[in-house]
Design a protein around this ligand. Structure first.
Ligand SMILES: [Zn+2]
Length: 98
């Protein structure tokens, strides 16, 4: 009698039956576990010196263009360093009028 190998002691869920006869398809979009960004998406990275210079230039230009902006924070993922967004702090005009 040929040896039959059953997948015992394993949960048989919907995926088990769905992919029983065909290999499981790779996820369409892979996201970074730390900040949830598409890994194929090319982002500026604050840990990269050249990228950081681009970020600095961008902020410097913004500060020159918008006189009501006091400072800009390049918000990045603390784990992988991907630049997520820029956060601007506006000058509180009321305090200037006092
Ligand atoms: Zn990240």
């Amino acid at each position: 009698m040929p040896k039959f190998k059953a997948k015992t002691n394993k949960p048989l869920d919907r995926d088990y039956f769905k992919y029983r006869d065909r290999p499981k398809k790779k996820e369409d979009v892979q996201l970074t576990p730390c900040c949830g960004i598409d890994v194929d998406h090319i982002d500026l990275n604050v840990k990269n010196k050249e990228d950081w210079e681009i970020i600095e230039d961008h902020i410097e230009e913004k500060l020159r263009m918008y006189s009501d902006t006091e400072s800009i924070i390049p918000v990045s993922c603390k784990k992988c360093g991907r630049l997520l967004t820029y956060s601007s702090k506006l000058i509180n005009k009321k305090s200037l009028w006092r």
